[in-house]
Design a protein around this ligand. Structure first.
Ligand code: PMP
Length: 360
């Protein structure tokens, strides 16, 4: 079977070039006689892999020297705990903005550790928009403000970075990491699980300003303290070696293709074409407010469950797979991460028009 266009929300499609490179390295990495999966994480060869991955990521995101890059495990979910454990360091207050399921989960977890306030939520409108907030909306003595820059399930994205008036901003960028240009200095901490724009599941990247490291309480379980990982270059314990290696290949792929600004341009184009198709259609609609629509996850529906199911099934037969929306939202969701080629989006658009013509 040929490769399909995979619209999964993660794990998801990876750049074909990256997969091919991994394939050619698989049995014998650079002539060392073994695969990266079999290599000691204490070997020079693996040290070179992780160092190159970090250097390429720093280069891509223009990460300043006063930020540390960590390659951790535990997914985005462990960051729901690590962020409050480490960043609730003075007043133990934090303000969360709820824009979807993942922000809510992060907020619930943080409540175990401090005085957590919901600064704003769009839940009443079923998370179909992102609130516009500024410094006056946050407690001025909060230790941090928390946002989810792209909401994978509801298909929304912050089209701005909130001005917190100097309060540390912590961002879950799991589903739009490396898809658009950000100024790292606008954030105290950024994290992202790998399994969308970076590589296979297994590694979570944390970018943290150095002055925020070292405040976890005494009784913090070792693994949950950013300090230990920072001191040991992400190798306090065995890191997810193969996922880090794959992340490194993706960073090189991005660099070869013009970096983040270039991929952002392509992402804007892909998303615009897809939303234009939805907006011009008599059959499909997108519930999300136009200015807050995600460039990574486009949700849409026919408004009819049976027809939605038919769409997903017929698309599947055409090699356009994983278009079913998240169970909490229903309808369809097309995840069009960095690695989804423009031809994939064009094929989907072609199929949507065909489906509309034959199902009116
Ligand atoms: N944050 C966001 C924005 C997500 O989309 C997800 C999962 N898709 C998570 C956090 C949770 O990540 P994980 O499954 O890696 O724990």
């Amino acid at each position: 079977m040929d490769r399909v266009f995979n619209f999964s929300a993660g794990p998801c499609t990876l750049p074909l070039e990256v997969l091919e490179e991994a394939k050619s390295d698989l049995l014998n990495y650079k002539g060392c006689g073994m695969s990266v999966m079999e290599m000691s994480h204490r070997s020079q060869m693996f040290q070179d892999i992780i160092d190159a991955a970090e250097a390429d990521l720093r280069d891509l995101m223009q990460i300043p020297d006063n930020y540390t890059v960590l390659f951790l495990q535990g997914g985005g979910t462990l960051q729901f705990s690590m962020v409050p454990v480490n960043l609730l360091r003075n007043t133990r207050k934090a303000d969360y903005i709820l824009t979807g399921t993942w922000a809510k989960k992060a907020c619930e977890e943080a409540r175990k550790f401090g005085d957590i306030r919901v600064a704003a939520s769009t839940e009443e409108e079923r998370f179909t928009s992102v609130p516009k907030l500024n410094a006056g909306d946050f407690r001025s003595d909060a230790d941090y403000v928390y946002i989810t820059t792209n909401n994978t399930i509801y298909g929304t994205r912050y089209n701005y970075v909130p001005d917190t008036g100097g309060i540390v901003l912590a961002a879950d960028q799991s589903s739009n990491f490396l898809s658009e240009v950000y100024n790292v200095e606008d954030f105290g901490l950024i994290y992202a699980g790998a399994q969308k724009n970076v590589g296979p599941a297994g590694v979570t990247i944390v970018i943290i300003r150095n002055d925020l490291i070292g405040y976890a309480p005494e009784n913090t379980p070792l693994y949950l303290d950013y300090k230990i990982h920072a001191e040991k270059g992400s190798m306090y314990n065995t890191p997810p070696c193969f996922s880090i290696y794959m992340a490194g290949l993706t960073f090189q792929w991005l660099k070869r293709n013009g970096g983040i600004a270039a991929i952002e341009e392509r992402n804007v184009r892909k998303a615009a074409r897809l939303y234009e198709t939805i907006d011009n259609s008599q059959l499909f609609s997108c519930p999300v407010q136009a200015e807050d629509r995600s460039r990574m996850n486009a949700v849409f529906t026919t408004g009819n469950d049976e027809l939605n199911a038919k769409f997903v099934a017929e698309a599947n037969e055409k090699g356009l797979v994983n278009l079913k929306g998240h169970r909490s939202v229903g309808g369809m969701r097309a995840s069009i991460f960095n690695a989804m080629p423009e031809e994939g989006v064009d094929s989907l658009i072609h199929f949507m028009k065909e489906f509309e013509r034959t199902n009116q």
